[in-house]
Design a protein around this ligand. Structure first.
Ligand SMILES: [Cu+2]
Length: 483
């Protein structure tokens, strides 16, 4: 019984990174091959995850994909990998579907074979049941009459067997036989009814245990104490732990605070664990107003979650920002210009949204964006003369951090140059090379790129943070995403 409880708990652990943006986007090197990988996890589990892989180079011959449990030691006994199918229109684009058989933390291992030899990379992906699949009406319309035919058939077969089986051809059954046959038919009908009733009970109990593993988001309760101390309480929705969090870039929580509805002010803060398990953060100076909070945490399973809340604040005198905490400003989103590609940052510098070349389908270009399409978003820091910045530094181990937020706040995704998977999950998937997608060059490039695709059409704001000359700078851009 105890074992069963542990298994149920393990199955219940998973939760969702980001808000309204379940697809995983990943960019990294499988040996010598640069790949942009999209994994669309199923909404019901077991279910099929759709995999899309775009190779940056044309010398790939074949790609194999296989799903494995994340951090599973028996990975050498992996199932036989599937072959990803190349697209007819774009030979560098491959697709495939993989069954994820249970809820929890998975990885998709991608093996590439090509002119430059073999290459391998693994992408973490959470499999979470987010809904119960109902039976389609058309299917029910076919199956229910068929089941009725079976039940009635069984009853009449049993009756006929008793009435007619021993009868000589051409003779009528005597009344005693007819009576016995009726009794058998009634008994059979009772038995069949009981079988259907127990089947329905079994089905309902299976459905009940499935609904227990359906993902329920972590709740966040935000209050302000002692004038300027933000206190965040993570609330367990009944089946999820909040004491198993892993640090991501040395911080247990990455909190975006966005002034709403205009989204003209943003803070990227890192609350620390306070007493009694709460998270606490000294707030910086902030004007009175309404604020949306998006707090990213990562569970020990490698699955990330974003807990959200909104609160009304009075004017906060606040304390100056320290460490990795950063602030940014942009124009009000009601005056958004969806073709604007330059965002001024401090020191006379600016951040530029770098467009794709004509005919380049994978680079996101301002003003030309479609939903459910994976892109690479490229941003460059430039000085007043338009020269790329030469003093770029890593910001929390990365060239940049980006947040994609829909104006209606139903979508929030915190994305890194390696993609949308949390870094601890990437480290679990790539134990031998956790920095597969980190830049380790002595002089850092002035450009950061982020793989991401918008889950649905609408207006979005993109906050991009990079660091130069010891200062974290924030670029603010707008995107109108077409269906
Ligand atoms: Cu980040």
């Amino acid at each position: 019984m105890k074992l069963l409880a542990v298994c149920l708990l393990a199955a219940a652990l998973p939760a969702y990174a980001h808000v309204g943006s379940p697809d995983v986007f990943f960019e990294g090197n499988a040996g010598p091959y640069r790949l942009l990988i999209t994994i669309r996890p199923p909404q019901v589990v077991p279910g099929v995850a759709d995999i899309e892989i775009r190779s940056a180079s044309p010398d790939v011959r074949q790609i194999h994909i296989v799903p494995l449990r994340l951090g599973y030691r028996g990975a050498q006994f992996a199932p036989v990998p599937d072959i990803a199918q190349p697209s007819r229109e774009d030979p560098q684009f491959y697709t495939g579907g993989l069954w994820l058989m249970g809820t929890g933390s998975w990885q998709v291992r991608v093996d590439v074979d090509g002119a430059q030899g073999p290459g391998r990379i693994a992408v973490p992906v959470p499999a979470l049941a987010t809904r119960v699949a109902g039976m389609q009406k058309a299917m029910a319309a076919i199956l229910i009459p068929l089941a009725l035919v079976l039940c009635i058939g069984l009853v009449s077969i049993a009756g006929a067997a008793v009435r007619d089986a021993m009868l000589e051809p051409g003779k009528q059954p005597e009344p005693a036989r007819v009576r016995r046959s009726r009794i058998v038919m009634v008994l059979t009908a009772v038995l069949v009814g009981f079988a259907v009733w127990s089947g329905n009970n079994w089905w309902s109990s299976e459905a009940g245990s499935y609904s227990r593993i359906i993902y329920k988001p972590l709740q966040l309760k935000a209050t302000v104490e002692d004038v300027s101390k933000l206190v965040l309480q993570l609330e367990d929705p009944g089946w999820l732990r909040t004491d198993d969090l892993l640090p991501d870039h040395n911080h247990l929580m990455h909190l975006y605070v966005i002034h709403v509805p205009e989204m003209d002010l943003v803070w990227h803060l890192h609350p620390e664990r306070g007493g009694n398990g709460n998270f606490e953060q000294r707030l910086p100076p902030m004007p009175a107003g309404r604020y949306a909070l998006f707090g990213d945490v990562v569970h020990a399973s490698g699955i990330g979650e974003t807990a959200t809340s909104e609160l009304e604040l009075p004017q906060i005198a606040g304390a100056p920002l320290t460490g990795d905490d950063a602030a940014g400003t942009g124009p009000p989103v009601s005056k958004a210009d969806y073709t604007r590609t330059a965002s001024p940052v401090s020191g006379g510098y600016r951040m530029v949204w770098v467009p794709g070349d004509a005919g380049d389908p994978s680079t996101a270009t301002a003003g030309k964006l479609r939903a459910r399409k994976p892109y690479e978003f490229r941003f460059r820091l430039e000085d007043a003369q338009g020269k790329p910045a030469s003093d770029v530094e890593l910001y929390m181990g990365m060239l940049g951090h980006a947040a994609f937020v829909s104006v209606d706040r139903s979508v929030f995704a915190h994305v890194h140059p390696s993609g949308s998977a949390p870094m601890p999950a990437i480290a679990l998937a790539q134990p031998e090379n956790p920095h597969a997608s980190h830049t380790m060059a002595a002089v850092l490039p002035a450009e950061a790129s982020f793989p991401y695709g918008f889950p649905k059409p609408g207006a979005y704001r993109i906050f991009v943070q990079m660091k130069r000359a010891g200062e974290i700078v924030t670029g603010v851009f707008d995107a109108q995403v077409e269906p």
